[in-house]
Every structure is written in C-alpha cells, then in structure tokens.
Write a protein that binds this ligand. Structure first.
Ligand code: ADP
Ligand code: MG
Length: 705
C-alpha cells in the first residue's frame, strides 16, 4: 500500500481511530495527522513532575505505583472502585478507576503512563479513569511526544496512529527545495517528520522542529515573494511631476514647512510614481506625524499627470473629515468649474455608503468623466463598482481596517494597475510587517512636526480613588472655560436591547448624565457608529467649528480625527480598549498649540493585568515601544488578525513575534528561489504549498463577506 500525505486516514489507521481524530481535530488525511506536532516531549528516565499540576489540565504523566486497593460499593458491593496512588518522586497523585478490579492489583514499583484531566476531590488532586499505557518499548527511545489532545483523542492514541502512518509512509514531496535544505543544513521532510514524532533524543526533536518552523516561514515568504515579483512585473502609468502644476502650487501655499521626514517620503513617493510600474508602499507614521499632507502631494502629482487619485478611509467620519480638510487645504485649487476656481483646478469628491443617492450619483459622474481628480471614500468605493476615467493612485488610510483582499479588489480591475500607498499610524513590529505586509515596501515617518505638544496621560482608578472622577470632569470644565474642547470616549453605545445590562458606561446614559450633572451648562454632543452619515457629519462639523464643547463618542473617533482645539480626552472604562487603540485615541488631543491631557478612567483592580496595560500606556508616548508591549501582551492570533487567517491557521511552530531571525532567513531564501523560478515550475511541492496557503486565505475571506 502506497501511503502518501494525501491518503485518507481511515484507510491507514482504521475507522475506529480515524473517527475520533476527525471529530476532535478535523483530521482527514495523513498530512493532517503528521502536521499535528507534539506540543512537548517527555524525557523518559527523568520522571514527569507531579508538583505544580493544576486542576483542569489535561496531562500525560509517567509515574510509579506506590499502592493499589479495591473498594466495593453499590448493591451488594458488586461494583468496585480502585484507588491507585502513584509518585514521580516530586509528588503523589491518586488515580481512580471504576469496575476495573485488576487496577487494584497493580504491583507497587510498576511504572506507567497515565493521561487524563486533573480533578480535585476532597481537597486532593486526582486523575479519574485515566488512560493507562505501559511504558513498554518507549524506554528504548528515551523520549516520548506529548500531543495537543482531546477527550476522545488523547496523546497516546495520536502517538499510536502517527506510528502506524510513519511505518508505511512513502517518500513525501518536500516544499523545501533541496538547495534550500542544503543551504541551511536541514533534513528532508520525511526525516523531519520521523524526528519530530519519534525522536531518540530531545536534541533530535528540537532540530526537526526548527526545520519545520523554517518551512512554515518559507512557504509564507514564498507567497509574498511571488506577490512582489508579480507586482514588479505589472505595468502602471508613469505619473511624473509636472513643474508648476497643482502639486507645486500647493507646496507654495502650505502654511508650514514640511519636516525633513515628510520631505524625504514625499520625494520617495514622487520617484515611485514617475516610473511605469506600480508603487506598492506602506507608510508608517506616528499619530499626528502628518501623513495626510504627504499623501496629498502624491495625489496632486497624479492629477497633474492627468490621472485620478482615490483616498480610502476606514470610517465615514474619517472620510468626511478628509474630504473637508483636503478641500479646505486646496482652496481654489479644488474648485474646478466653480466660481473662484483657480486655473487648472481640480475637484475633490466624497463617496460613502450612507450618502443620499443624488450626491452619490454626482460624485460617480464626476469620477467617470474625470472631472474629479480626487475622491475620498469608504469601502463603498470598492463595493459599488465605481468607475474612474483614469485611476492612477489609491491611498489607503489606516491600513489595519482594510484587508489585503479589499486592497486587491480595487487594484486588480485592470491590467494596468494604479499605484498604491498604504498608510498606518499603528506601528508594526518588523516581523509582523514582514509577514503580514510583506508584499509592500516600507517608509517610516518618525518625527512629529515641530511645535507638536506632548500628551500627558493619567490613569484614574475609580475603584481606589472615586473622587478622582469628579476631578476629571472639573478638568474638562476648566479646559472648556479656557476655550478648549474635550472628548469623552465610551466603549459601547447602549441603545440596543441586545447589549443587556452591563457594567460599563454607555454613550446614551453617560451623555444624559454628563449634560445634567458634572458638565451641565456645557454644549455636549454625541457621536457613534450607528448614526446616519448625515447625522455624524453634522455633529463632527459642529465640533470642528467649535459649536460643541464636549463630544461624547465611541471609537468612531479613534483614527485620524483632527480638531486641533481639542485639548483633553476622558476615556471611560479604559480597560476595555487595547494598548494601540488607546494610543490612537489620545492622538486626537494635543494637536493644536496646547499640551494634551488624556485621562484613562478605569474600575480595574490596581493589581490586574488590565491596570498594568493602562499604566504602560500612561508611561510612554513612543508608539513603537507600545506596539512591542501590545504584541507581547496579546496572543499571536490577534497580532496577525483575522484577515490573515489563512496565514495564521498554517502556523504550528512559527511565532511571528518570537522568531524574527527565522523569518528573515526564510525571506532571503524565498526571494532567491522565486527570482530564479517565479512560477516554481521546478518545485511542484513548494508551488502546491503556496497555492494551498493562498487559497485558504481566500476561502476564509469569502466566508466572511
Ligand atoms: P496623521 O499622520 O496622524 O494622519 P495628519 O496628517 O492628520 O497626521 O496631521 C496632523 C496635523 O498636523 C494636521 O493638522 C496637519 O495639517 C498638521 N501638519 C502636518 N504636517 C505638518 C508640518 N510639517 N508642520 C506643522 N503641522 C503639520
Ligand atoms: Mg491620518
């Protein structure tokens, strides 16, 4: 029987074993089983530590029988309960078996492997009805794998099935090309699978893990290298700068000078746009570092060259604001065909999902005719099959809200692609950037414009110091008294019955409370995501125009909202927000001439992890430092995000947070392989692995829409 990675498990290990494996882990093929790597290894000879077990933990332990007894119970004492006490020299635990009287006769000194879930009974830890396997011939190997297990598919069953499979497995195709294996001194996949599942020493197991981990990184990096290669081959229209055009005229009238960093990035973008192949760049820049101006320069260069530019924002509020500020900054340069419009002016249009049909149609008409050089919009731009006369540049603001696929949806429509600029204020650790955004070139804006004010952040622990909350509202009143404005941020809206009664403040309730109580007499507005586009726009414009003193809002204001006069922000239930999110939020204040103040109100216990996170946010305004902390405190899955779920679910051994050097090596090797053989014609196993990875990602994406 030829057993390959694609063979069905049932045919190899039999129905009886295959069924629980499928039920517990969804395993169907030999590959599924062999890629279920041991979580850890037990070194036989050195007994497992019984000290330090916790209730609820599923364990496999190796221990020696100390005593065994049978007790009769039930009618006439016909049923038996066996109690076996075992030790590993660090502690004791009792095992309970029912109606297996031979257990009560286990000879003291016998060593066995026992698996089950640790329970507590009368204050003592025990294993009830554990699986029992003799140590047997494992002792000759010295190392035993411990697998991620489930109730019906425990570690020993998995080990047995893996053994059966490995005994009959043919040579498998290896995604790692032989040159790459040689370069790094790695075994063939067959040998690696043998070593990871049936190692004779811990060192052998670890070497196999390293190789398999590299393989995971390598397949991802191959996909990304292919994407980069494809992008490099793709054509775009060159949009060189036009002397004396809108870009130059706009620079001349800027009310400030660009920072050195802005100038450098602007030049870089200008050069990228001037060649007939698509720009594909990620611009990372701290909150307030002035990314929008830089992007606008690029957009104007494209307009000067006869093309159009689209700016994609994650929320309607942000789209409307961008539209407003860009129109205001451009002034008469954006009033083409209107009274007072400058010579050679263009037009800036807004396009969002909740706009009235008429204005949407107007915008769409201007786009298809080419009348509008710039359009600002939300994902409605993608969904509505908007037609452009000549889309030359796509700018995606605050990337973390947009998936790679969504970006692709706009870009992939024609064979001549637009240039793409992705902007994010969330600093991305290098390894994550290399994995998630590995198909983009990266630029960083690290300095803030001169005169930018520091933001002071203070934690307000209402559990310990209830009086501080009143003090927070007093601070808001003081700022408003000095002509400044304030944000109050809440974690939920509270107008929906389904939210139920919660312990957190709701926007609806707090808005009413503040207006009547601590902030009475002030002009307090409310803003949240379930308001219509028009309503949101009205409130946001009123706040921007200073007609409201305080804005109570949900995280709709998280990204990009720019009201320089706002100087204080109170975040309620701050423990509900992530580190990066709080950092983004507080970036809304301190944008004018005054230092910003951010108060993080929390009822979290001072000792809790949540409180520790808040103190971290208060302690530094360095976004990169915070993103590092954030990554450390979050799980891998959160870091990669759901949109990269294909990548995520393919990761067994690789951590994008911990294994930077592996990713770097894999990237170099993958780059070389793809450069020499872009379609991977000579490496069918690698090609298959890459296709499988891409399709898993795509499949997940399709399921979510
Ligand atoms: P972000 O990078 O967070 O998107 P913005 O582009 O919104 O930052 O810029 C924040 C504010 O700083 C805006 O009001 C913008 O006009 C202003 N700004 C941008 N560049 C400069 C500069 N070089 N000097 C002074 N102010 C600037
Ligand atoms: Mg911005």
């Amino acid at each position: 029987m030829a057993v390959t990675l694609t063979s069905r498990l049932t045919g190899v290990v039999g129905d009886k074993s295959a069924k629980p494996l499928e039920q517990a882990f969804g395993m169907r093929t030999v590959d599924d089983l062999l890629r279920h790597y041991p979580r850890r290894y037990l070194e036989l000879g050195a007994l497992t530590t019984l000290a330090g077990l916790t209730v609820g933990e599923r364990v496999t332990i190796m221990a020696k029988v100390v005593s065994a007894k049978n007790f009769g119970f039930g009618p006439g004492g016909r049923r038996t309960r066996s109690e076996v006490v075992v030790t590993d020299d660090t502690g004791y635990i009792s095992l309970t078996f029912f109606n297996q009287p031979w257990r009560g006769k286990m000879p003291p000194g016998e060593v066995g492997l026992f698996s089950g879930v640790i329970e507590e009974f009368r204050g003592k830890l025990q294993l009830s009805q554990p699986q029992h396997d003799p140590v047997g011939d494992r002792l000759s190997r010295g190392v035993m794998p411990v697998y991620p297990a489930a109730a019906k598919a425990d570690s020993l069953l998995i080990e047995k099935c893996v053994g059966t499979v490995l005994d009959v497995l043919d040579e498998v195709p290896d995604p790692l090309p032989s040159a790459v294996r040689e370069e790094h001194g790695y075994q063939h996949l067959n040998a690696a699978l043998e070593s990871v599942h049936r190692p004779r020493s811990l060192a052998e197991a670890h070497a196999a893990q390293a190789r398999l981990r590299f393989e995971e990184a390598f397949v991802i990096q191959t996909v990304l290298a292919q994407r980069r290669h494809e992008a490099a081959e793709a054509r775009a229209t060159a949009r060189p700068a036009v002397a004396g055009g809108l870009r130059d005229r706009f620079v001349d009238r800027l009310p400030f000078t660009l920072t050195a960093g802005q100038q450098e990035v602007a030049d870089q973008l200008s050069a990228d746009l001037s060649v007939p192949h698509p720009m594909h760049r990620l611009l990372q820049g701290e909150v307030g570092s002035g990314k929008t101006v830089v992007a606008l320069l690029a957009m104007l260069q494209v307009v000067d060259a006869g093309g159009q530019a689209a700016l994609l924002a994650p929320t309607e509020v942000l789209a409307a604001q961008h539209h407003r500020t860009i129109s205001a900054m451009l002034g008469d340069l954006a009033r083409s065909g209107m009274i007072g419009g400058a010579d050679g002016a263009t037009r800036v249009r807004l396009l969002t999902g909740s706009m009235p049909t008429r204005s949407r149609q107007e915008s769409m008409l201007d786009l298809v005719s080419g009348e509008a050089g710039i359009v600002v919009g939300t994902h409605a731009l993608i969904q509505d099959k908007v037609e452009f006369a000549d889309l030359g540049l796509l700018v995606v603001d605050e990337q973390h809200r947009f998936g790679v696929e969504q970006r692709a949806a706009l870009v992939d429509r024609s064979d001549v692609r637009p240039h793409v600029l992705v902007m994010t204020a969330t600093p991305i650790p290098r390894t994550v950037a290399m994995t998630v955004f590995g198909d983009l070139e990266t630029s960083v804006l690290s300095e803030l414009p001169a005169g930018r004010q520091p933001i002071q952040t203070t934690v307000v622990p209402v559990a310990d110091k209830p009086a501080w909350l009143q003090r927070a509202w007093d601070r808001v009143r003081e700022e408003v008294g000095r002509g400044r404005q304030a944000y109050v941020v809440v974690s939920r809206i509270g107008d929906s019955a389904s939210e139920g009664v919660q312990e957190t403040h709701s926007l609806v309730d707090l808005h009413a409370e503040l207006a009547e109580g601590p902030l009475s007499g002030l002009r307090v507005g409310a803003l949240h995501g379930r308001m219509s586009g028009d309503e949101k726009d009205t409130v946001m414009s009123a706040f921007a125009a200073g007609q409201l003193d305080v804005l109570v809002a949900t995280t709709v204001i998280e990204v990009g909202v720019d009201v320089p006069n706002a100087s204080v922000m109170v975040v309620m239930d701050a423990e509900r927000f992530g580190i990066s999110q709080l950092h983004q939020l507080r970036g809304r204040v301190g944008r004018g001439g005054e230092p910003g103040l951010c108060l993080l109100v929390t009822s979290a216990d001072a000792e809790s992890v949540a409180a520790e996170r808040l103190r971290a946010v208060a302690s530094t305004t360095d976004g990169f430092e915070l993103s590092r902390l954030d990554v450390e405190m979050r799980s891998e899955g959160d870091v990669l995000g759901t949109r990269q779920s294909g990548f995520r679910s393919s990761l067994r051994l690789l951590s994008v947070v911990k294994h930077e050097s592996v990713i770097v090596r894999a990237r170099e090797s993958a780059e070389r392989v793809v450069a020499g053989d872009p379609t991977l014609a000579a490496e069918p196993a690698l090609r298959d692995a890459a296709v499988a990875l891409e399709s898993s990602e795509r499949a997940e994406y399709l399921e979510r829409t």
